[in-house]
Design a protein around this ligand. Structure first.
Ligand code: NDP
Ligand code: DGY
Length: 329
């Protein structure tokens, strides 16, 4: 008589798009799933409880997966699959030490995130939220030569911090606006930069020569707090700062001072610290700061594909098979 194989346990920390759930329900005989059935984050205590004994964990960027969570999960845990390309919420050293595999979602969200970053740049530089507000509140009295002027991309210098997948896709989208020079920084020069005539320059050169600075690097110990007082003080007074990477790359107190004092022209942020940004945060009092709620990858189709890829990674990791997008540690 065949022994009945025990199902592996999976914990999913949130509701995710149905594309992923369908794949999971088709994988009969592999795992039993428990899910935090909400659009809001799982409370930490609940995560620590529900992860116990799990073989697989499907998480989001808002779940901090550290030694405490890994200890709570125990020795069964084989795979952590995050529905994000960023992995700064995962304690990589601890995960590696325990031999746990990681799945993530590069590439599939590159276009959506680049598109949103360009939208944010244009909205910030051309003051769209201010304009919309003026129309609604009766501030629009006439066509006025000096009113609501901003900055255009034509003939400008754009500096991209981190010319990776998303940085490159942003550069490709910005060039047709008539950008004259495309500067970038990173740890190493990139062969693909030639496609956008990218010039690899030291950070200081990028900061002082750019009319638009776009941050699209990953959050690491080296990039944490990279954009601080010294950084903003080197920027042109007419320059626009855009961040769609992670909030912690920016020192927000220093950014506030730079915007308030007119040291820089404007900032557009898709990411902040913390998230959500409290509604009484000083940055939200500034007209020259546009803040979005971390929606870079938020198109229906992109989130569907991310969900499917996250589940495929999870299933591959559970069964000891290839994962379509494994983060190699
Ligand atoms: P990639 O790994 O392709 O690119 C990351 C880039 O960061 C690389 O070019 C790397 O350059 C650069 N980088 C690393 N360290 C430094 C440094 N010290 N100084 C300057 N650049 C550095 O990742 P993606 O482009 O796919 O994603 C980038 C990030 O975007 C993610 O990590 C995530 O945080 C964020 N993101 C945000 C989204 C949103 O909704 N707003 C959506 C998706 C992603 P090098 O190789 O030379 O080190
Ligand atoms: C990521 O994937 O890292 C983004 O921040 C959300 O899509």
């Amino acid at each position: 008589m065949n022994a009945v194989r025990e199902l592996m346990k999976v914990f999913i920390t949130r509701r995710i798009p149905e594309e992923g759930m369908k794949i999971l329900s088709g994988a009969t005989g592999v795992c039993e799933v428990s899910q935090w059935d909400s659009d809001e984050p799982v409370p930490r205590a609940e995560l620590l409880k529900r992860v116990q004994g799990a073989h697989g964990l499907l998480c989001l960027l808002s779940d901090k997966i550290d030694a405490e969570v890994l200890d709570a999960a125990g020795p069964n845990l084989k795979v952590i699959s995050t529905m994000s390309v960023g992995f700064d919420h995962l304690a990589l050293d601890e995960i590696k030490k325990r031999g746990i595999r990681i799945g993530y979602t590069p590439d599939v969200l590159t276009d959506a995130t680049a598109e949103l970053t360009v939208a944010l740049l244009l909205a910030t530089a051309r003051r769209l939220p201010e304009g919309v507000e003026e129309v609604k509140t009766g501030g629009w009295s006439s066509w006025k030569p000096l009113w609501l002027c901003g900055y255009g991309l034509s003939g400008s210098t754009v500096g991209v911090i981190g010319l990776g997948r998303i940085g490159m896709a942003i550069a490709q989208r910005l060039l047709p606006f008539g950008v004259k020079r495309l500067l970038y920084t990173g740890r190493t020069a990139k062969a693909h930069a030639a496609e956008v005539n990218g010039e690899f320059v030291p950070l200081d050169t990028l900061v002082s020569e750019s009319d638009f600075i776009v941050v699209s690097c990953s959050l690491t110990p080296e990039t944490q707090g990279l954009c601080d007082e010294a950084f903003f003080s080197k920027m042109k007074k007419t320059a626009v700062f855009i961040n769609s990477s992670r909030g912690a790359v920016v020192n927000q107190e220093d950014l506030y001072e730079a915007l308030k004092s007119g040291q820089i022209a404007a900032a557009g942020l898709d990411v902040t610290t913390p998230e959500p940004l409290p509604t009484n945060h000083p940055l939200l009092t500034l007209k020259n700061c546009v803040v979005l709620p971390h929606i870079g990858s938020a198109t229906y189709s992109t989130r569907g594909v991310m969900s499917a890829l996250t589940v495929q990674n999870l299933l591959g990791g559970l069964q000891g098979l290839d994962m379509p997008s494994e983060l190699r540690l």
